[in-house]
Design a protein around this ligand. Sequence first.
Ligand code: NAP
Length: 487
Amino acid sequence: MSADRETAVVEAVGKELFIGGKWVPATGGKTFPVLDPSTGATLCEVADASPEDGKAALDAAVAAQADWANHPPRERGEILRRAYDLLLARADDLALLMTLEMGKPVAEARGEITYAAEFFRWFAEEAVRIDGGYAVAPNGVGRFLVTKQPVGPAILITPWNFPMAMGTRKIGPAVAAGCTSVIKPAAQTPLSMLALAGILAEAGLPEGVLNVVTTSSSGSVMEPMIRDGRARKLSFTGSTAVGRKLLEQCADKVLRTSMELGGNAPFLVFDDADLDAAIDGAMQAKMRNIGEACTAANRFYVQRGIADEFARRLTERMEALPMGRGTEDGVIVGPLIDRAAVEKVSSLVADAADRGAKVLTGGSTVDGPGNFYQATVLTDVPPEAKLASEEIFGPVAPISVFDTEEEAVAAANDTEYGLVSYLYTSDLKRALRVSERLEAGMIGLNQGIVSNPAAPFGGIKQSGLGREGGTVGIDEFLETKYIAVSL
Ligand code: NAP
């Protein structure tokens, strides 16, 4: 990848706040740097919003709400459809931009652009399918009319790990439902969202319908907006710790909330599984996004009869993964997002090793520049190791052995999280029995990736509230109104 092309894709993006359809500087012209995690170099500076800027963005969303709610659903859908086309037409540049700010290999970033765009295509189709009802009351006299209306202005907060798709997964249904919004991307990866704002404006999204606020102080800018009361919805994707805090802030004005939070996915392999498929699935579930995914397999539980072979084959595959800057051809293991992430992964691996886990491959940081950690496989991981209960968010596969189905299900469910569980078996009865018993919002049955814009994505327990995508995704931005009719 040439340095000139890298500079060009960064230069092409608006670096100011996007408020009321205009690019505006932050109060006092403040900016903060965006870094390349593979080198530590500064890519550019972007506007650093203050609480006043946040209020201005909310003002713009509130001002645009009534008109937008009355916009014909077909037109709302067509804007999303045009944005879908533009995203695909510019996928190569957008993928490079994402790799520069986030680190994932450019082929994976390209995959994320397609995935992200699909949310716009899906919700373009959903915009015209908002349904209602008409029913006879049980007493035979009255009638019930049921209609759905936009919730109102929404605040959207997204993480750094999927800088584009976590945005389109919220903006798609908000736009389709007739909600205006203010979105705040993570400070580490604001460029993809700023590029998306430009694309949506080009696709014809009216002024004020989407506003983008970038800031280095998310807490102090977002809390007043949440507590303001004019936004009626918060849709958040991020860690459970921050999600809890935001739920408290929402309680004050009783905002509708959607919470896509952390995960601690178990990956169960029974000894009747197709081992080739299980290894392929394990690689996808572990190494998608360098392990920095809420859906990442965090704990592997393998039945005793195949445990050694599984560990040997997974180790071979992990050892062979090329590491490097995500812009280089063939790289699979890019850098982690920052130094703190490398230190966290290192300390989790050290803790597991101290408690008796064996390191089959990897287990070390890589000398800088950049935030690299080796693809790692651990076996004999005891249940009390910290990585059995905390999100690793890195390229580390800890394996434990089980004997019985009962033991596997108990270990899998022994977590406060409940986002996704993976299960490999060729016994249909066991597949359904275990799927029903696993405490998770999603199950990967003989497959290592569950994400699909047409399917309901989300978790139970402390992994979240609500669903994104699928036919239910738009409901997160709609209120049901019932009109009691007397004949
Ligand atoms: P995070 O620290 O919770 O941050 C997520 C977003 O919240 C960022 O935009 C962040 O902004 C913002 N934020 C942080 N503190 C805030 C506060 N006090 N008030 C308002 N906003 C605040 O999570 P992350 O490290 O970016 O992302 C990784 C986490 O997201 C993992 O736990 C992962 O499992 C989860 N995740 C879940 C899903 C899902 O669908 N369930 C999908 C992807 C990721 P700044 O970073 O700029 O402070």
